[in-house]
Design a protein around this ligand. Sequence first.
Ligand code: ADP
Length: 164
Amino acid sequence: MPKRNKIIAVYPGSFDPLTNGHLDIIKKASAMFPEIIIAAANNLNKNHCFSLQDRLSMIKEAVKDIKNVKAAAFDGLVADYLARINSFILIRGLRAVSDFEYEFQMALMNRNLNAKIETIFLMPDLDYTFLSSSLVKEIAILGGKTVKFVPPCVEKKLKLLRKR
Ligand code: ADP
């Protein structure tokens, strides 16, 4: 029988920074697929708070104990990145109906760009449905506690935002 390639699922995003909501999606996906790549976008059009290097190192530290999860950076279109690494599964998180319209549009556009792509939407546990990277950054800048919302390595970096 011909050898099948391992199925790789890609979870792309800004992860500016990674939150416990992202982590919940990553854990759920890692139980479903043999290999997950968390792909941090190097999108020069977006004004990121953390550098690509910082975002990647936070992701790597947070997932270091999950065996089938890796982190990588990518430039350009997600659809092209998937083709380059021979993946056809794209993971996205859906928190609420408000996420749906944008995510639905993105999924259809990605399929249009690369017909092989299937987007799989995962819902986080209820505790994470209100969490977003931008809210967490705002709380940190205004001096609030973010320890419940992000992994410890991200909390350390968020504390530095307060001192900027
Ligand atoms: P992007 O800039 O691509 O939206 P994000 O890092 O904000 O990047 O989000 C990446 C993915 O993770 C998106 O599908 C988003 O809906 C999802 N996501 C973000 N926060 C959460 C959360 N708290 N729970 C579940 N999914 C989430």
